[in-house]
Design a binder for this molecule. Structure first.
Ligand code: FES
Ligand code: FES
Length: 165
């Protein structure tokens, strides 16, 4: 449980330490601070997008302890002491993750708003299941909505990434 700190305005705030992409960040947050806002506003990691903020679109997807989650549905205080991976953390320095490479190669995005969430869901799938079927890929990204691409190129990119891996 995060430590409670009471500010001078009487509003309770909490001290949290969250590991994001391998680095621990300690911040004071409000009880209702969402993980997506913690990432974007406290850490300036704006690769994680905010769309519906209702758990419907998936563009805010990050990995929490290795599992894909909607960061708009999770409070920062509930992530205290846990590990988060965002789109900023999946490349290895200058070297893109194979899923990122294949998204580029297959032109698996247009506006790009869904892309970070799509890639995180796909990377989480390949971590668990390195050789997924097309059905399993579609199932894994079922919570990620794309208004532009029609999904064909996205699915092909993930399958191609799986083969190359
Ligand atoms: S912004 Fe989180 S699911 Fe849409
Ligand atoms: S590329 Fe535009 S929403 Fe997916």
């Amino acid at each position: 449980m995060a430590n409670c700190v009471v500010d001078k305005d009487g509003i309770k705030r909490y001290l949290v330490t969250i590991d994001v992409n391998g680095t621990p960040y300690t911040k004071v947050v409000k009880a209702n601070t969402l993980l997506v806002n913690f990432l974007r506003e406290e850490l300036d990691m704006i690769g994680t997008k905010k769309g519906c903020e209702l758990g419907d679109c998936g563009c805010c997807t990050v990995m929490l302890d290795g599992k894909p989650v909607n960061s708009c549905l999770i409070l920062a205080v509930d992530v205290d002491g846990r590990e988060v991976t965002t789109i900023e953390g999946i490349a290895d320095g200058e070297e893109l993750d194979i899923v990122q490479e294949k998204f580029i190669e297959h032109a698996a995005f247009q506006c790009g708003f869904c892309t970070s969430g799509m890639i995180i869901s796909s990377r989480a799938l390949l971590n668990e299941n390195p050789s997924p079927t097309e059905y399993e890929v579609r199932e894994a990204i079922a919570g990620n909505l794309c208004r532009c691409t029609g999904y064909v190129n996205i699915v092909e990119a993930v399958l191609d990434a799986a083969e190359k891996k």
